[in-house]
Design a protein around this ligand. Structure first.
Ligand code: GLU
Length: 320
């Protein structure tokens, strides 16, 4: 290559690089309360996506939201492109069952699942709550409107033949407020379907003596037997002050979902950003530490895979 062909070649490369700069496109991920793990999921995915903005043009933001139900509704309305949602609500939204009866979201698409979320009950020690049944007559924060925990709590109550009226108070504070409410003796117990370890629960148990409450019994066993998206789960002993032993309960998976209306190349780039940088992703929250790719592309997913995600998984040889 002589001097001139070198210069011409360099010029051609610059032109190619210039025209390869994709148009800017803003994408949003619905998360949950700022003290939850969904917020970290969304922020982490966006951080990895935004490292490649110069190449693919995507600019990702992940605002705090009400949680699972709020995210699915925002995706259905086209207000958000993606979101995090519990596997039980992904199932019901796609199939138009439970709370989504008559308002199913058939265009909901699965992308991958993330961490497990035990249905977690934390009570003040002085409220003497040793089992779920002891919650009867107590002041309980049942979860904010739009959250997965409120929706799943309603399922649990129905399974037990209870209603919200079985509590002396059923408050709907957000995750960020409920730890303080427990500490200030405004409620006896709080409900949170969330990955562990979780900062707001750590905060709650450090300001007041509190214990995790087992959620077991016939009604729970039947829920698990009847529904593929529920499984036995436990919160490891020693994770939180006041709960030295494993606490049995049931749980779901946190899942990452989108709509069939979101273009294939967008979801492809998002999934690629996560799995091309998987070790980095797993380091962004302790609840992600044990994630495995093969489980993430199968477990907890009931809506069809978005084609942009499937394309990347095929490329990696994870899907046929
Ligand atoms: N599982 C909760 C929900 O669906 C959110 C938990 C979190 O923010 O990590 O609303």
């Amino acid at each position: 290559m002589n001097h001139w062909t070198k210069i011409l070649a360099a010029g051609a490369m610059a032109v190619t690089a210039g025209s390869a700069v994709a148009e800017e496109r803003f994408i949003t991920i619905g998360t949950g309360g700022q003290t939850g793990v969904y917020f970290v999921v969304g922020q982490s995915i966006c951080r990895l996506v935004n490292r490649g903005s110069a190449d693919h043009g995507l600019k990702c933001t992940a605002p705090s939201t009400g949680g699972s139900i709020a995210n699915i509704n925002a995706i259905a309305a086209g207000d958000m492109d993606m979101g995090v949602a519990q596997s039980d609500w992904q199932f019901h939204a796609f199939n138009g069952s439970s709370q989504f009866e008559g308002k199913g979201v058939p265009k909901l698409r699965a992308v991958f699942s993330v961490h497990g979320e035990p249905f977690t009950v934390i009570a003040r020690k002085d409220a003497n709550i040793a089992s779920f049944d002891d919650l009867k007559g107590k002041r309980v924060n049942v979860g904010n409107p739009g959250s997965g925990q409120l929706a799943t709590m309603e399922v649990v109550l129905a399974a037990k033949g209870w209603t919200m009226a079985d509590f002396s108070l059923a408050s709907e504070l957000k995750p960020a407020e409920q730890a303080a409410a427990l500490g200030d003796n405004k409620v006896d117990a709080i409900i949170y379907t969330v990955g562990h370890p979780n900062g707001s629960i750590q905060e709650a148990v450090s300001t007041v003596e509190a214990n995790l409450v087992p959620v077991e019994g016939e009604a729970i066993d039947k829920l698990i037997a009847d529904n593929p998206f529920y499984a036995k789960a436990s919160v490891p002993g020693g994770m939180y002050a006041g709960s030295p032993d494993d606490t049995p309960t049931f749980g779901v998976k946190a899942t990452f979902v989108t709509s069939e209306d979101v273009p294939e190349d967008v979801i492809y780039q998002v999934v690629k950003a996560v799995f091309d940088n998987f070790d980095r992703f797993k380091g962004l929250h302790p609840a992600f530490a044990n994630l495995k790719e093969e489980e993430m592309i199968a477990d907890g997913l009931s809506a069809p895979l978005h084609p942009g995600a499937a394309e990347y998984y095929k490329e990696r040889g994870w899907l046929q």
